[in-house]
Design a protein around this ligand. Structure first.
Ligand SMILES: NC(=O)c1ccc[n+]([C@@H]2O[C@H](COP(=O)([O-])OP(=O)(O)OC[C@H]3O[C@@H](n4cnc5c(N)ncnc54)[C@H](OP(=O)(O)O)[C@@H]3O)[C@@H](O)[C@H]2O)c1
Length: 356
């Protein structure tokens, strides 16, 4: 499809915190969203702001309702989490409808399942399935891939999240609870070419972000979805992600309130900087992105992906692939301005990565 005017995209979880940003971004870019969700009253209340849009009641545990929600759509964005419960049934519906599937899942086990369960079937069906096309999982993968540039392999990938705080939504909290149940409360790391689970205490270290952020305390091995997406296509045996202590403590505290909008577009005041460093021998390359509100920025990531999939700007037209594998990573990152400020440093420099 070259003409995206009136291309329709079903958004499951349309009235959720992230789904609302996705719907707004689709409308801003000329797509026609189909508003789907499992609660009629919430759907109707949300849809009042979009009187021209189609509204469809659909729940992940009701396949027929998903088929109705996807009927006639050109693509589906799944913003309904926890994805342990929603990813597989919505991908099944996308396979039946033969349309591309994009989700914003930040769940290591659910993302792993998507690759494991659907790689062959998506390839056979001739559709693209793109998991974790959001702040966690998608952005870090794009940054690491762009930083790699012409390197074909690397020894390590490090992705550091410098958030000035993190007010989690109820969906984020529910997702954390599901992940803890699934991994038995253990921590996960990607090392030696595989995901491993362990009970070690998280280590506090320092990470030197580019100015103006500067040196910040981070928890090492605070694993996010990047430990699935990055090694899904980059030949690298070690992937480590780091989280600013302020954000980690906010997330872990039951008292942290939900995000509050400070501007008309619904975005909170939360600021982020994400740095990906790839290490090969004694050399490093890096890429940095900064912006405001990790939930809001997930919408342009997911919508840009749909745009590129529907216009054939992908490396493959079928199968499960992460953002870095599916797209020209640097091009996607640059296309995301003004949502993101990006600095790619693909010149190889002597290793400065010194996590203390
Ligand atoms: N990777 C990332 O960086 C990233 C970024 C943003 C969000 N996320 C993930 O996206 C998910 C949503 O986050 P959020 O902030 O938007 O949370 P939220 O505001 O709580 O919204 C969750 C939405 O999912 C819907 N939902 C849940 N289970 C469903 C099911 N079985 N069938 C249909 N709809 C269902 C909810 O409907 P009800 O209200 O009716 O329950 C609600 O609309 C979370 O898992 C979060 O971790 C990831």
């Amino acid at each position: 499809m070259n003409d995206l005017q009136n291309a329709t995209v079903t958004v499951l979880g349309a009235y959720g915190h992230t789904g609302r940003f996705v719907v707004a971004e689709l409308v801003a870019r000329g797509f026609v969203p189909i508003l789907a969700g499992r609660d009629q009253a919430k759907l109707d209340a949300f849809a009042a702001a979009y009187p021209d849009l189609d509204v469809r009641l659909a729940s992940a545990d009701d396949a027929a309702s998903l088929d109705r929600a996807l009927a006639g759509a050109d693509a589906v964005i799944n913003a309904a989490g926890p994805f342990a419960a929603t990813a597989a049934p919505v991908i099944e519906a996308a396979l039946r409808a033969r349309i591309p599937y994009v989700d914003v899942a930040a769940e290591i086990e659910a993302n792993t399942d998507t690759f494991r369960l659907f790689a062959d079937r998506a390839r056979e069906a001739g559709i693209v399935v793109l998991p974790a096309m959001a702040f966690y999982g998608g952005l870090g993968d794009l940054l690491a891939t762009a930083a790699m540039d012409d390197w074909t392999e690397a020894d390590e990938v490090h992705i550091a999240y410098g958030l000035d705080g993190w007010h989690p939504t109820s969906g984020t909290r529910a997702t954390g609870a599901v992940s803890r149940r699934r991994n038995g409360g253990r921590h996960v790391r990607y090392t030696g070419g595989e995901l491993t689970y362990h009970d070690d205490e998280r280590q506090l270290q320092k990470w030197s972000f580019p100015e103006p952020t500067g040196v910040r305390e981070v928890f090492a091995e605070f694993s996010m979805a990047d430990v699935v997406t990055v090694p899904s296509h980059l030949p690298v045996p070690e992937v480590c992600t780091y989280m600013a202590v302020e954000a980690a403590r906010d997330l872990m505290s039951p008292d942290t309130p939900e995000p509050v909008a400070v501007s008309e577009d619904g975005r909170s005041a939360q600021l982020f900087v994400v740095e990906a460093v790839v290490v090969s021998g004694l050399l490093e390359r890096s890429a940095v992105a900064s912006g405001r509100d990790i939930y809001a920025v997930s919408a342009p990531l997911a919508v840009e992906a749909v745009h590129r999939i529907l216009t054939g700007q992908t490396t493959t037209t079928a199968g499960v692939a992460s953002a870095g594998a599916l797209f020209d990573a640097a091009d996607v990152l640059h296309a995301l301005a003004p949502h993101l400020t990006v600095d790619l440093r693909t010149e190889s420099v002597p290793g400065r990565l010194e996590v203390q």
